[in-house]
Design a binder for this molecule. Structure first.
Ligand code: FAD
Length: 507
């Protein structure tokens, strides 16, 4: 991407604004600031991988584009595996680009509960529209493909509502490589949309640059400092001075950076995710799900509290799932063309936290499920099994070590009647948020309703950390909407301050 560069020696840069992180939040901020004519430097820890350089295999892409090579977990009983992208474009380079909006009544409820002005459904609608337009959120043309048909048929037979899912796409070729950096550019990730638009307006995007700290003088942030990896693999110190700073390093790394920089004591205290239980369904004949797009339908009957959907399916990802209980499940690899991977996700009542510790490059992440969450997971796990049998599965293997196979709806339903074995239930998530919850009071929130970090004058959080609570739907659209809004508010605020200063000087 034009405008992206790497360092071959130590560097000191100056700009009107500095953005940390180039994912859904950072790219949306860049769009607003560069359109307003600001000189912007963006710092991104991960590499720049253009579509033509995408290898398209998990073995190559996961270590290159996924944080920690995909080995990241929130500690607790059980640990919950979570995934994040670390690349130019952030998690949007490895996500499925499904675009959903938070239900209006939930947005209005958050506005009331967290006392957020101009936050309800009506206030956010234009920002969602802008996000949808930026990624061309649209339904996939043509008949439903086999993975999508599984959920559609299950819903039809059980009388459960099924919805077709919009996604960010333009001429998607259906390579099924969304998780590994789309090789055709059909997936409308940030590196295909808002980032090239911002660099074409002059933004400088430094890739391979990890921000270690923000330097503070009084209420102002004066510089971002860190180390960047050059083309020869050597690292170099950098410092970026700017008038305004936007942190969009994602729900784990934004609070970690604020903690390391000693600018917020509340950042990281309200981390949320969507706990997700999975299953492998075995069908009688080869279904070859790996040849198609991931399921672009979902069972939405139980939303927003629970949802059933399907995952990207490749032989390698199936093997990773089966490895959780390989002794009992490894034999399914012999029939991998008959297997599909589906999930049930919940909106939890439990909460976690992010903790940056001195000397550790990666923060510690914790999540504690509430008793209600266990009940909800057992319920959605049973419903997931029921849906698979309704779609014709012969066996269903829930992601509970030692459990299964279920061979009947009755066996699946028994899950909802009993207790899930907590230490043996394998949970995961690809949706993380809420770690810098906005609010009206500095003693109860990390940032104000527009993402401004309490106690600072020029520091704004603009990413998934800002979503006040688990939304029960795919979060990228909301991340973008909130980041557009935070960036616009920061500009409007500094315009007002500028005018007030000018009036003061004239008087
Ligand atoms: C596998 C997967 C599938 C998903 N599918 C969907 C989907 O279909 N639909 C949907 O709505 N959502 C989906 N999501 C979630 C969605 O991608 C995220 O909610 C969204 O991208 C979050 O945006 P963000 O800006 O908060 O963080 P990110 O997009 O993760 O961007 C943060 C960026 O900051 C960088 N960074 C972190 N720390 C530093 C530092 N110290 N210095 C410099 N840079 C730093 C990271 O490397 C990263 O590139 C999925 C996520 C994953 C992982």
């Amino acid at each position: 991407m034009k405008g992206t560069f790497r360092l071959s020696g130590p560097a000191s840069l100056e700009a009107d604004a500095c953005i940390v992180g180039s994912g859904a939040g950072g790219a949306s901020v860049a769009d607003v600031l560069t359109a307003a004519g600001l000189d912007v430097v963006m710092l991104e820890e991960g590499p720049n991988v253009p579509a033509e350089a995408a290898d398209g295999t998990g073995g190559e892409a996961i270590p290159r584009l996924w944080r920690g090579a995909g080995l990241t977990a929130a500690l607790g009983v059980p640990p919950i595996a979570y995934a994040e992208g670390a690349a130019v474009g952030g998690s949007t380079e490895i996500n499925s680009a499904i675009f959903q909006r938070v239900a209006d009544d939930m947005l209005d409820g958050w506005a009331r509960e967290f006392e957020l002005a101009e936050f309800g459904a009506a206030a956010l609608r234009p920002y969602y529209d802008r996000a949808a337009a930026a990624v061309n959120a649209s339904l996939t043309p043509g008949p439903l493909e086999p993975p999508s048909r599984i959920l559609a048929e299950a819903g039809e037979r059980l009388g459960w509502k099924v919805s077709a899912l919009e996604r960010g796409q333009r001429f998607c070729a259906g390579t099924n490589m969304c998780s590994f950096r789309c090789p055709t550019g059909g997936k409308q990730s940030m590196s295909e949309t808002l980032l090239p638009a911002a660099t074409s307006r002059g933004m400088r995007l430094l890739a391979g640059a990890r921000v270690e700290r923000l330097l503070r003088r009084g209420r102002s942030i004066v510089a971002a400092v860190g180390r960047a990896t050059g083309p020869d693999g050597r690292t170099h110190a950098f410092r970026v001075r700017a008038k305004r700073f936007f942190v969009a390093a994602g729900a784990v790394h934004t609070p970690a950076l604020l903690q390391r920089s000693l600018v917020s004591r509340r950042a990281g205290a309200t981390f949320k995710l969507h706990p997700t239980i999975k299953c492998v369904a075995l069908f009688d004949e080869a279904r070859d799900f790996h040849k198609f797009r991931l399921p672009l339908t979902a069972i939405t009957e139980f939303m927003p509290d629970q949802r059933i959907g399907g995952s990207v399916m490749t032989p390698a990802l199936l093997a990773m799932g089966l490895a959780e209980d390989w002794t009992r499940r490894g034999h399914l690899m012999e029939r991998w063309r008959q297997c599909g991977s589906f999930y049930g996700m919940i909106r939890p009542k439990g909460q976690g936290r992010v903790l940056a510790l001195p000397g550790l490059a990666e923060p510690l992440v914790f999540f504690r499920l509430a008793p209600d969450d266990w009940r909800a997971l057992a319920e959605i796990g049973a419903r997931l099994g029921e849906a698979m049998f309704a779609a014709g599965a012969r066996e269903v293997w829930p992601s509970v070590t030692g459990a299964g196979p279920w061979r009947s709806v009755g066996e699946a339903r028994a899950l909802a009647d009993g207790d899930l074995p907590q230490a043996r239930t394998n949970l995961m998530t690809i949706h993380i948020f809420g770690s810098c919850r906005p609010g009206a009071r500095p003693d109860a929130s990390a940032v104000d309703g527009f993402g401004r970090v309490w106690g600072t004058d020029n520091l704004v959080v603009a990413d998934a950390s800002l979503i006040p609570d688990a939304p029960g739907c795919n979060p990228q659209g909301t991340v973008m909407a909130l980041a557009f809004r935070a960036a616009e508010a920061a500009l409007a605020m500094s315009d007002r301050e500028g005018r007030a200063r000018a009036l003061g000087e004239a008087a």
